[in-house]
Design a binder for this molecule. Sequence first.
Ligand code: HEC
Length: 173
Amino acid sequence: MSQPGNTHFTRKVSDVSDGKMGGTAEPSQTRQVARGAPLLIAALSFSLLTGASYGETSMERGEAMYLQHCAACHQPDGKGIPGFFPSLAGHPRVNSDHPEKIQEYLAAIIFGYHGGLIVNRQLYSGRMPPIGQLGRLNDGELLDLINYQRQSWGNSARAVTAAELAEARSKKR
Ligand code: HEC
């Protein structure tokens, strides 16, 4: 069933690609479409120049940093690769609100971890790099990243506090 509205729309689009100004389409609409492309390009290059792509909210910044520092191993969807990189989605320690479990989890991110793990009945014997200790991320960035993981991909743990992060950092291993 073709609706009269659809026919009208198709006609306007083909008018634009023919390069006709006016014609059967309303002139104002045709000009708007033609002006859209340069504006979009200007907006994109502005965000690249200013680095605005890091995002406004804690979740947006956390996601950007997760993609940069963790996703190569744990994957963009947080599901990891079974047998190589544990899934952070549904990981019991990532989801725990228990202070001791939070300290263990923070220690893995700050100091790295190796020596074997069993997560969701799967064995891991790889090596997690000491991301939080390498000086690439300050505490605010690390908190954004950590809390992004705790509230993404179906995870729904409470946010970790700056005091908890400081406590984990102060522990020598
Ligand atoms: C180079 C690959 C790699 C990168 C990058 C990486 N990880 Fe890991 N991660 C691992 C491996 C491998 C393990 C499992 C360690 C083992 O098998 O003993 C792991 C384990 C973990 C665990 C589970 C620890 C536990 O106690 O169960 C968490 C949480 C974690 N990573 C978070 C992160 C976060 C957050 C980042 C980014 C800041 C990150 N990882 C970056 C490879 C990586």
